[in-house]
Design a protein around this ligand. Structure first.
Ligand code: NAD
Ligand code: UD1
Length: 356
């Protein structure tokens, strides 16, 4: 299949590009690089030994999206592009609605125009809100509690309406739980800007010595050890979930919703212990107040994806932590100043045909 990957330079997008290329699909990537580096795509090319067109395109520029569709036959779209920082979304809600919602509407307009009817969308477990009954099934009540979550919920609803009006469309909504880990090569991984909001990138920066200590947000939850419990999923497992979604569901018209999680919950303290084991470093921490908006416990019922897609997560938390650590050690400052980047720069960007 020829697949357009929006946001393909990002954390989950870049890992999915590798899996798509390794399965023999053709890909075209568009990204505005607002939260990613072109270096990630150079490394995707290096790992897979394949080149592919990359366009520096913003989804808010509809005419630029049209140019990409006009230049390449596209069978399906995997749509990762979006802003994702919860705290920032509360400060700049309009930026989030415009980027995520308007960007998706633009994309769908152009898909309609070019008769492309297959779409896989990155949704999030955040659409379940903070109070659902565990494990969360796809038919649990949805309730977003911040602007970021509302963009995801709105997009899910918009896509359901698109399908209702165009019953030959096939739309897959993938609700990710907590993606962590990195490609086993240690060459691509999560490269957050500034202070990481999420647990694993923060912990990895403490372990490598870039930050002093981890603050654990709350030690008085009604959980096994008082700390928050989440369903962490290896990013490569998540990436293969997209392949299964494309291969099995995308030919069946409808709106198909799947949780991508492991079904297992780990507490913050369990993750600290797992990361210490994987890295051989100790992770100093203090227990602070709860973070507003955090749920005590959140984990998936992943059975629907297993039954209908034939997909299940294969990698455990030890592997997730080992791979995160390998990425962190090889790239202590992310893509920009990593010690292996010089070697990789022997692949000039033009080889990947970055186009505008
Ligand atoms: P990311 O920020 O690493 O990747 C998103 C990519 O989209 C970036 O490369 C960014 O530059 C690009 N982008 C953003 N707005 C764009 C626009 N208007 N036009 C073109 N490109 C644009 O994030 P990620 O972790 O890889 O997440 C991918 C998707 O999955 C996002 O939609 C996110 O909301 C969703 N998601 C992520 C998580 C998570 O924990 N990482 C969890 C649930 C859902
Ligand atoms: C976050 C997002 C959520 C998104 C999800 C996907 C917030 C508020 N929510 O969820 O919208 O769908 O990522 O990955 O950002 N923790 C600490 N100290 C830290 C960081 C986190 O103790 O420095 C704790 C949290 O309280 C939580 C757990 O670690 O119990 C995981 O946190 P995080 O990685 O931020 O993910 P979520 O809060 O689950």
């Amino acid at each position: 299949m020829a697949i357009l990957v929006t946001g393909g330079a990002g954390y989950i997008g870049s890992h999915t590009c590798i899996e798509l290329l390794q399965k023999g699909h053709d890909i075209v990537v568009i990204d505005n690089f607002s939260n990613s580096k072109q270096e990630a795509l150079r490394r995707v090319s290096r790992i897979t030994g394949k080149t592919f067109p990359i366009y520096a395109v913003d989804l808010l520029q509809k005419r630029d999206i049209q140019k990409v569709f006009a230049a390449h036959p596209i069978d399906a779209v995997v749509h990762f592009a979006g802003l994702k920082a919860v705290g920032e979304s509360a400060l700049f809600p309009l930026r989030y609605f415009q980027n995520n919602v308007t960007g998706t509407v633009n994309l769908c307009h152009v898909m309609m125009e070019f008769n492309v009817k297959r779409l896989v969308f990155s949704s999030s477990a955040t659409v379940y809100g903070a109070t659902g009954q565990m494990p969360l099934r796809e038919d649990a009540a949805v309730h977003a509690i911040n602007p970021y979550g509302r963009t995801k919920l709105m997009i899910e609803e918009i896509l359901a309406d698109v399908y209702a009006a165009n019953p030959d469309w096939s739309i897959v909504l993938l609700r990710y739980f907590n993606p962590i880990g990195a490609h086993e090569s240690g060459e691509i991984g999560e490269d957050p800007n500034g202070v990481p909001n999420n647990l694993l990138p923060y912990m990895a920066q403490v372990a490598i010595g870039n930050r002093q200590q981890l603050s654990i947000y709350g030690g008085d939850y009604e959980t096994k050890d008082g700390t928050g419990v989440r369903d962490y999923i290896h990013v490569v497992d998540l990436a293969t979930g997209h392949l299964k979604a494309l291969e099995r569901t995308v030919h069946i018209p409808g709106v198909h919703t799947y949780n991508l999680g492991t079904g297992n919950g780990y507490s913050v303290l369990e993750m600290v212990a797992a990361f210490e084991g994987a890295s051989g470093r100790s992770i100093p921490y203090i227990i602070t107040n709860r973070r507003p908006g955090d749920a005590a416990v959140c984990y998936a019922d992943p059975r629907k994806a297993k039954q209908e897609l034939g997909w299940q997560a294969m990698r455990g938390v030890e592997r997730m932590c080992m791979d995160t650590w390998r990425w962190q050690v090889k790239n202590p400052h992310g893509y920009e100043r990593s010690r292996i980047s010089a070697k990789h720069l022997s692949h000039p960007l033009s080889e990947l045909s970055l186009q505008k």
